[in-house]
Design a protein. Structure first.
Length: 132
């Protein structure tokens, strides 16, 4: 994840410089905030990937002298199908709709978001539905 981390950190620093220059040369706060958000969207995952790279070590993809056989083996574990991402999306949509129609749609939205988070956590710890 070394290349991905460096690339995202570069994008984040580029966005930070753009936000600084734009904020100093213009009197508009909205564009400065959006460019700052762009910088954070590069810096947060870039720093996270860099942290994982230091924790996990070098992958075969990061080694310039690696051969094709170095990456052979088990790729990873993929999650089983789950209803909780759908529930989370519906909850987020209800919370977003509350900005237009009123706070009454946010209450069930918050309930769905919180239940989806707890559902994903419990499913990941105990395993989901198994089909035989």
């Amino acid at each position: 994840m070394k290349f991905e981390a460096r690339f995202l950190i570069f994008l984040g620093l580029f966005g930070a410089v753009l936000a600084l220059v734009y904020g100093l040369w213009s009197d508009e706060l909205g564009g400065t905030v959006m460019l700052g958000g762009f910088a954070l969207l590069g810096l947060f995952p870039g720093c996270y990937y860099l942290w994982w790279h230091r924790r996990m070590g070098t992958r075969p993809e990061d080694d310039p002298n690696a051969e094709l056989t170095d990456g052979a083996g088990v790729v990873g574990v993929f999650p089983s199908s789950s209803i909780w991402p759908f529930v989370f999306g519906i909850g987020c949509a209800l919370v977003a709709i509350s900005l237009v129609f009123g706070f009454w749609t946010a209450l069930p939205g918050f309930f769905l978001v919180i239940s989806a988070v707890f559902g994903v956590i419990s499913e990941s710890r105990h395993g989901g539905l198994t089909r035989h």
